[in-house]
Design a binder for this molecule. Structure first.
Ligand code: HMG
Ligand code: MG
Length: 292
């Protein structure tokens, strides 16, 4: 199966950066990423500007990017107001986000898990009526910075509910990057008993240095082929203490190519897209780009 990469740099990558990046630079960044071969770009978030000031220009960014017909342009939506904003600029794919931890969910979106599921049922329904693709994130699916280890069963139950609502895929978030390859094996063993592979996306952060090993296990042992990653390894949720960047797209692509996966992303284009922002890359590959 061809690897499917969602480049989350413009959203997850930028949401935790305090210094506001100009809308023009974000558009240029996204346009460059659009030429790289990634399948999907998470462009921004239609959340409260008080929660994430960096992404308050989501509409303007969406209105001005050049859309490549081979790329899906998605965004985070937490509530009806966010959905209305996203629909007004014709976002291709609506991504809702809940958590497997009550404490984190309250800190992140000020809703209990149940409240968020009730809200998302309706958001997914309306999105589908508008012929939109849909995704649901389950954050802190392995560890929560406030509640510790999360039971696999809990993630499984939330995933089943979201799939009942008709969501196209579930992105399993290791928000604080603490999952080990054994944790990934344990969770996938439970999820894949009833959920088919094309519905599962893995979203790893690098905090404890295990993200690459986790992708390896997911791909080699379970044939998972959908991954989220961020150019330069930027990212992290400001409401999760200790969260660091996403797995870097260029590192992920390099590793997948080296182990024979069918992945069609141009590493040089990813690295040069990040140069537009003038932010230091966190990736390994950007340091050896002249040796590739
Ligand atoms: P709340 O305070 O409960 O919301 O926040 P509210 O409905 O009471 O509204 C409060 C104010 O926000 C009002 O404005 C609303 O109009 C406004 P005021 O009257 O005070 O001027 N508001 C909005 N404005 C614009 N767009 C909206 C919107 N909604 C309300 N959609 C809320 C609840 C969900 C809005 C808030 O908590 C929020 O926006 N949270 C977003 C947090 C976030 O973006 N976190 C990072 C993304 S998640 C992540 O990074 C994890 C992930 O990467 C996966 C992983 O790594 O695990 C996805
Ligand atoms: Mg994330």
């Amino acid at each position: 199966m061809k690897i499917y990469i969602t480049e989350v740099g413009p959203r997850d990558g930028l949401q935790n950066i305090k210094e506001i990046i100009s809308t023009e630079k974000k558009i240029e960044f996204i346009n460059k990423l659009s030429e790289s071969g990634v399948d999907e770009i998470e462009v921004s978030s239609f959340v409260s500007p008080k929660a994430i000031p960096q992404l308050s220009d989501a509409e303007e960014v969406f209105r001005n990017i050049n859309r490549n017909k081979n790329v899906i342009y998605s965004a985070l939506v937490p509530n009806e107001k966010g959905l209305e904003r996203a629909l007004s600029v014709n976002v291709d794919k609506i991504s809702v986000f809940t958590s497997a931890s009550e404490t984190f969910n309250l800190k992140n979106i000020n809703m209990t898990i149940e409240e968020s599921l009730n809200k998302f049922k309706n958001i997914i329904k309306i999105s589908k009526e508008h012929k939109k693709l849909t995704r649901a994130y389950i954050s802190t699916a392995f560890y929560c910075p406030y509640e510790g280890k999360i039971e696999e069963k809990k993630v499984f139950q939330i995933a089943l509910k979201l799939l009942e609502f008709g969501v196209d895929e579930i992105s399993i978030g290791d928000t604080i990057g603490k999952a080990s390859p054994d944790d990934v094996r344990n969770l996938l063993s439970v999820l894949l008993k009833e959920i088919s592979i094309e519905k599962i996306v893995l979203h790893f952060h690098v905090t404890y240095g295990m993200a690459m090993a986790n992708v390896y296990v997911a791909y080699k042992e379970f044939s998972i082929y959908k991954f989220d990653s961020s150019a330069g390894g930027l990212g992290g949720c400001p409401f999760a203490v200790g969260a660091r960047g996403n797995i870097a797209t260029e590192d992920l692509v390099y590793m997948l190519k080296r182990i024979g996966a069918n992945v069609n992303v141009d590493i040089l284009k990813i690295v040069s897209a990040l140069d537009i922002l003038g932010i230091e890359s966190q990736s390994y590959i950007s340091k050896v780009i002249n040796l590739l």
